[in-house]
Design a protein around this ligand. Structure first.
Ligand code: IPM
Ligand code: MG
Length: 379
């Protein structure tokens, strides 16, 4: 037994040293890129697996259409990034092959299709790896259902918490296992800042800080404390503490839920509650997601790669609505709010008008994208 303990203690020393170095790098800080005012902006298109390439290319078509003037003037460039397929990732045994990662790092923003994560084995999720490699620390997930009075934006911490050491826990076989959750001060401060800045710039006056600080006293305790420190810079915004358990109930409480506006929360709670929120909106297929960092930003649908649709030859009938929502978020991030608004309006119309059954008889992905462009043209 002693040898296991010694090994675990040694590993713990390594982990603390590494995580402290990461915190110090973050604290030293990086100047955030002004994505809205770059003289030249490269948009990487990364198809992924299954229906990913089909819906992502529909997204690219719509973006090219909306940004035609910028492309013509040489201010915006599209770049195809292949190599993020499950075949390639399995072949090289890496969540993101080196050449693909290098190509991603040459872009400013990325539109990414869903990627398959195998059950078991050692292959890390491409999503989690990309968030880490590009330091995409803010996962921004809106949920909007106007008829129910719901207009929420979740700021999920995307780079640490339960995820950063998720595959580096310790175990004493047949006896016990321990995983580690890491909350750094700099990591919390930057996600809190992002949430409060969003609130301030969008006329919101309430931010819910969602933790389980009554139980996770160190990590969530610090998360809450630091969010309140940041909140002090925003006197017009009320910062409220909530526990994650009651918040999951509040989201389905019709009497309460429309009072919430902006949420800031640690990684795993954010992962879970944003699926609940997406379901209230109509399912994970209706949600888009932004992964924002200081140097890069990545936009994606939050549903999976639907390999069965491909196996059954129905890939062309995949619904691109979720990736198009992500495209609208991308447009906003690069300072194209008017184009984003047009796309969102066209989406609302086409979601009603088009018949996306996922099989022959319904509309295809390409027809949906075409209908979006026709609607935009008519505006
Ligand atoms: C998400 C997903 C990912 C996560 C998976 C695919 C690793 O559930 O983006 O919410 O857990 O973050
Ligand atoms: Mg999730």
């Amino acid at each position: 037994m002693q040898q296991y303990i010694d090994k675990a203690v040694e590993q713990f020393r390594t982990l603390i040293t590494e995580q402290l170095a990461r915190q110090n790098r973050m604290e030293a800080g990086e100047q955030a890129k002004d994505f809205a005012n770059l003289p030249h902006l490269t948009i990487g298109i990364c198809g992924g697996d299954g229906i990913g390439p089909i819906i992502t290319h529909a997204g690219e078509d719509v973006l090219r259409f909306l940004l035609a003037d910028e492309v013509a003037a040489g201010r915006v460039e599209f770049r195809e990034i292949d190599g993020l397929t499950i075949e390639r990732r399995t072949e090289v045994g890496k969540a993101i092959p080196d050449d693909t990662l290098a190509a991603l790092k040459e872009c400013d923003v990325i539109l990414k299709g869903p990627t398959t994560t195998p059950h078991g084995g050692n292959l890390e999720s491409a999503n989690v790896a990309m968030r880490r490699e590009l330091d995409l620390y803010a996962n921004v997930r809106p949920t909007c259902v106007p008829e129910l009075g719901i207009d929420w934006v979740f700021y999920r911490e995307n780079s640490e918490g339960e995820y950063v050491l998720g595959s580096r826990g310790v175990e004493i076989p047949d006896k016990l296992a321990m995983d580690f959750k890491v909350t750094t001060d700099a990591g919390t401060r930057r996600i809190a800042r992002a949430a409060f800045e969003y609130a301030k710039n969008n006329g919101k006056d309430n931010v819910a800080i969602v933790t389980k600080a009554n139980i996770m006293k160190k990590t969530d305790g610090n998360f809450s404390r630091i969010c309140h420190e940041v909140a002090a810079d925003y006197p017009d915004i009320t910062a409220e503490d909530w526990y994650i358990d009651i918040m999951t109930a509040n989201l389905v409480n019709e009497a309460r839920r429309s009072q919430f506006q902006v949420f800031v929360l640690p990684n795993l709670y954010g992962d879970i509650i944003t699926d609940e929120a997406a379901q209230i909106q109509g399912g994970v297929g209706t949600a888009g997601s932004a992964n924002i960092g200081d140097r890069y930003a990545m936009f994606e649908a939050i549903h999976g790669s639907a390999p069965r649709m491909i196996e059954m030859g129905r890939g062309d009938y995949a619904n691109p609505a979720s990736v198009l929502k992500a495209c609208a978020m991308l447009l906003r991030h690069i300072g194209k709010a008017a184009e984003a608004e047009k796309l969102e309006k066209a989406l609302a119309i086409c979601n009603e008008k088009m018949n996306m059954t996922g099989r022959p008889g319904g509309n295809t992905c390409a027809e949906f994208a075409q209908a979006i462009m026709t609607e935009v043209e008519a505006m």
